[in-house]
Design a protein around this ligand. Structure first.
Ligand SMILES: [Zn+2]
Length: 298
């Protein structure tokens, strides 16, 4: 099976963000484009495999967060079809709102982290339904809608493997699995259901965007579920005490860091975890989840 991991060297760090290259009989496709800031590295990765960006037939996006989809518009410009969830597509066609809401989180760091984002024309976008199979030559990619991390999340099934974006969490090297919980649409119950959906599909391997191949699928998913419940329960306490997020962030950061240290992560690994999933961002995401839940809006 010709699936290659392209390490995008995000912020000059190895093993933080991947794009996956799959060769088909009618040309290569990508799962995830990575951010625009790492586009030159994506080009280098493709070249090493003998391809140019204009060779890419399709880009299957798991969701539209910048670290997964930020460079999709550049590949669309080169002729690739961008396959994205119906709730994500409008934001790729007019990315201003997505950009501005992310800018509230990342501030001055936006461009350094993510580069630029431009609109993708409607004609370059393909929107699947849940369970739909997109055929690329003789190769079938099945859209598995998997909300929880993002409402518009798709895991892509290809043969016996599953490209999981963020729905199967983040795992760096032999470190623990952690659930990235950025705003705005963390939904713990939906996420747990999506994990169950993955169990039923019973893939042989998971391909995580952050980062790499997981063989021990059941243990991985159980650990993810446990950590998600743990983080949600941890944040619930300061949320219900009406504590300011700014005072909670340093405490949560220390808590999440200790969890990594307890699982034998060294300093280098801690750094990669922070690039792949900055822990402070999960405070805002889980605060929002508990707030909407307390208002019976989700
Ligand atoms: Zn994400």
């Amino acid at each position: 099976m010709s699936v290659f991991t392209l390490d995008l060297h995000f912020q000059n760090t190895l093993g933080a963000i991947a794009s996956y290259l799959v060769e088909t009989d009618i040309g290569p496709v990508l799962i995830e484009s990575g951010p625009e800031s790492t586009y030159p590295q994506l080009e280098r990765g493709l070249r090493e495999k003998g391809y140019f960006p204009e060779d890419i037939q399709y880009v299957f996006l798991t969701h539209i967060h910048f670290d997964h989809a930020g460079a999709a518009w550049k590949l669309a410009e080169k002729g690739a079809k961008i396959v994205v969830h119906p709730l994500g597509a409008p934001h790729l066609m007019s990315p201003e709102k997505l950009w501005n809401s992310a800018a509230q989180i990342y501030g001055d760091e936006m461009e350094n982290l993510w580069g630029k984002m431009e609109a993708i024309p409607k004609a370059s976008i393909q929107i699947p339904e849940d369970g739909e199979i997109v055929n690329v030559g003789n190769h079938a990619f099945q859209a598995i809608f998997t909300p929880g991390h993002a409402a518009h999340h798709i895991a892509w099934k290809y043969k016996s493997i599953l490209f999981t974006g963020d729905v199967a969490g983040v795992k760096i090297g032999k470190g623990p699995v952690v659930p990235p919980c950025p705003p705005p649409d963390i939904h713990v119950e939906n996420w747990v259901e999506s994990i169950e959906k993955i169990r039923k599909i019973n893939p042989q391997r998971l391909y995580l965007t952050h980062f790499g191949i997981v063989d021990d699928v059941e243990n991985h998913l159980s650990e993810l579920e446990q950590m998600l419940m743990d983080w949600a329960a941890w944040i619930r306490i300061p949320f219900e005490a009406d504590e300011d997020q700014a005072t909670v962030i340093p405490r949560f950061k220390a808590y999440a860091k200790q969890q990594l240290i307890d699982k034998a992560c060294d300093a280098d690994q801690l750094k990669v975890y922070e690039y792949a999933n900055p822990s402070w961002i999960s405070v805002a995401g889980l605060y929002r989840y508990w707030k909407l839940k307390s208002q019976h809006r989700i």
